[in-house]
Each structure stands twice: as structure tokens, then as C-alpha cells.
Design a protein around this ligand. Structure first.
Ligand SMILES: Nc1nc2c(ncn2[C@@H]2O[C@H](COP(=O)(O)OP(=O)(O)OP(=O)(O)O)[C@@H](O)[C@H]2O)c(=O)[nH]1
Length: 334
């Protein structure tokens, strides 16, 4: 049998929407900026599966130079936990931002979360503040902010879950009330505030939009699930084309894969016709649960090359991004 050759490029970036900047994202960001003077520390969450793409430049601009730490969430889904490859990738990611303490966290790992509690206990000071130290947790939608806060609270002060979490973006719509995660003898306890996930006004690169949608930062209805699985298949094949062998031999064709997957999983409509959209959504869920390979969507070497090229590192400012979003909305409406 001929050897399987995965696609080296993805051909279908054409009509992918590039924005998902909702009213509560804009309002949330404005509120965060206005509250900044009452905040001592910022925890910025990013997704380990898209460690570069899930950086929201809006936070850089909005939150200025507040003392900050970076948490890469969903570590369990970005590679084989504790494998040499994952350790190497994490080292590389750390090297991208040497100014902020950086943590990689799987919510199910007590050791991962406890490291952050320890760090905050020592680092998050609030000298002379009667209200204690206030830490604001920010990040893209669905990146795992509320889950992290629940675990910080559980491991920090032994209390049960305080915040609602869920598999779709937008569960948290407003800045929450402070949740105590660390008690200090001085009385200056550490409190964290949950914030609504904020997407960026405009994503210049369509591939990045696909990555963010796969990670769940965008509601599943925004981009066709078949396009998402097609892109995911392209990525899976580059990583390990055996990852879906339960349902199909290696393939670059999304439709036959989804048809087989629909038959195996019983996602059939009238007359036994495969429910392709349903199968696509289910396939994406399987990947989000780590059942079709665990790997990063971002290419860290490519990011290193980009960072080494001063012409490419320029980021869109908030104003430029908002303008691009308006133009793209106008073009869509016409
Ligand atoms: N596998 C895995 N899943 C996680 C992890 N952290 C969070 N999740 C899941 O990710 C989903 C989103 O988590 P949330 O904590 O609700 O995310 P959020 O950032 O608060 O979302 P918004 O309300 O949109 O701001 C949930 O289904 C969590 O169970 C993790 O470390 N590993």
C-alpha cells in the first residue's frame, strides 16, 4: 500500500470569519481597565494548546505594567504530560516572555496548581492594605479561568468550588466578587477576581481563528464544524495520522472520515444518512478531551523565527484592531 502523505499546507482559509468581539467582551475590558487601580496583581491565562495564538494583545494594552504572572492552562491536552517533548516545548514558551513568572497547569494536577498558590503567597504583596491583595484573572473566553480559581481556592484554603464553569465560552459574563484563595497571618489575605473572557476585535490571520475556535474560545456555531475538523485533520496528520485509527485509515479527506465516524458513533439521521455536522462537532469534542491526540496547534519554531525578525513582531494596537473589526463587519453586511 502507498505510504500516506499528510497535507503540508491547509488550503481552505477563504471565508473564515475573523472576529468574535461581543458586547460583554468590550464591556468587560473597559471595566477591567477602570478597576485597575484597585488591583495588585494580574494572572493572565493562555491555552497551552495554542500558547502563542491565545495571547490577547488587548490585555497588554489595557492592563499596562501591573505585576503579572502567566498561566498556561490545559497542559494535559498540549502533549504527553511530563514527556521530554512537552518539557522542551514549555522551556521554549518560557523563553518567549522572560519578564513574567510562567506556570503550566492542568486543572486536575494538584501539584501544578499548588505551585501558583505558593508563588502568590510570597509574591502577591499588598503592603498596608486593609482589603488584602486583589488578583485579577484574565484571558480569552473558555481558557479555564474559573476552573483555575476554583482549584486555587480549593488547594489554597480548602473550600469547595465557588464559580460556575463550562465547555462553551461566555459562562462568566461579569467581573466576579473577590474569592479568597490564601490566608496570611498578617491579615492581608489574597483574593482573586474572575473576569469575563475577552476575545480580540479582529484576528488578522484566518489560521489563528481556526485554532482559537478549536480551543473553544469561539462559540461552536461561528465557524462551520466541518471546516474546523478539516483543519484539525490537517494538524492531526502532521502529528500522528494513527490518532483516529479507530474510525478510519489515515486520510486527508474530511468527508469520508466524518462519514465513517458518524457510522461508528451512531450519529445518523433519517434513512441512516450520516449527520455530518453532528459528527464534526462530536469529533471536535473528542479532540478537546484528548481522545484524538494531544498536541499543540502552534508551531513554536515558526514563532521563534517570527520573533527573530523585527519586521514581523509588530502587533496590532487596540485602535487598529477595532477599526479592522468595523471594516470586516461592514464588508460582511454589504
Ligand atoms: N482538560 C482540561 N480541561 C480544562 C482545564 N481547565 C479548564 N478546563 C475545561 O475548560 C472549560 C472552560 O473552563 P472555564 O473555567 O469555564 O473557562 P473560563 O475561562 O472561565 O470561560 P469564560 O466563562 O468563557 O470566561 C471547562 O469545560 C473546563 O472543565 C484543564 O487544565 N484541563
Amino acid at each position: 500500500m502507498a505510504q500516506f502523505v499528510p497535507r503540508q499546507t491547509f488550503p481552505h482559509y477563504g471565508a473564515i470569519p475573523r472576529s468574535y468581539f461581543l458586547g460583554h467582551h468590550r464591556a468587560g475590558l473597559t471595566k477591567m481597565k477602570n478597576m485597575l487601580s484597585t488591583i495588585d496583581y494580574v494572572v493572565e491565562c493562555r491555552d497551552s494548546r495554542a500558547p502563542v495564538t491565545s495571547i490577547n494583545p488587548m490585555f497588554e494594552e489595557a492592563l499596562g505594567n501591573k505585576r503579572r504572572l502567566i498561566v498556561y492552562t490545559k497542559r494535559d491536552l498540549s502533549g504527553t504530560p511530563q514527556s521530554p517533548a512537552q518539557k522542551l516545548a514549555e522551556k521554549k514558551i518560557r523563553s518567549f516572555d522572560r519578564n513574567s513568572p510562567t506556570f503550566f497547569v492542568s486543572s486536575s494536577s494538584r501539584a501544578d496548581v499548588t505551585q501558583i498558590v505558593k508563588h502568590l503567597r510570597n509574591d502577591a504583596e499588598a503592603p498596608d492594605k486593609l482589603v488584602g491583595c486583589r488578583v485579577m484573572v484574565v484571558g480569552m473566553p473558555n481558557v479555564g479561568k474559573s476552573t483555575l480559581i476554583n482549584h486555587l481556592r480549593n488547594y489554597g484554603v480548602g473550600k469547595a468550588k465557588a464559580l460556575k464553569t463550562g465547555g462553551q465560552p461566555g459562562i462568566t459574563r461579569k467581573i466576579g466578587t473577590p474569592v479568597k484563595i490564601i490566608e496570611r497571618e498578617s491579615g492581608s489575605h489574597v483574593y482573586v477576581l474572575d473576569t469575563p473572557g475577552v476575545f480580540m476585535p479582529y484576528v488578522p490571520d484566518a489560521e489563528n481563528m481556526l485554532k482559537l475556535a478549536l480551543c473553544g474560545c469561539v462559540k461552536d456555531a461561528v465557524i462551520s464544524p466541518v471546516t474546523l475538523v478539516d483543519y484539525l485533520l490537517y494538524k492531526i496528520n502532521l502529528h500522528d495520522a494513527q490518532a483516529y485509527q479507530r474510525w478510519s485509515e489515515p486520510t486527508n479527506e474530511v468527508m469520508p472520515l466524518l462519514e465513517k465516524f458518524a457510522h461508528y458513533t451512531g450519529l445518523l439521521g433519517k434513512g441512516g444518512v450520516p449527520n455530518i455536522d453532528g459528527a464534526a462537532l462530536h469529533f471536535i469534542q473528542k479532540w478537546r478531551h484528548g481522545d484524538v491526540g494531544r498536541f499543540m496547534l502552534d508551531d513554536l519554531e515558526e514563532e521563534q523565527r517570527r520573533r527573530d525578525d523585527p519586521l514581523k513582531v509588530e502587533q496590532m494596537s487596540m485602535t487598529q484592531a477595532l477599526r479592522a473589526e468595523r471594516v470586516s463587519r461592514k464588508n460582511r453586511d454589504e
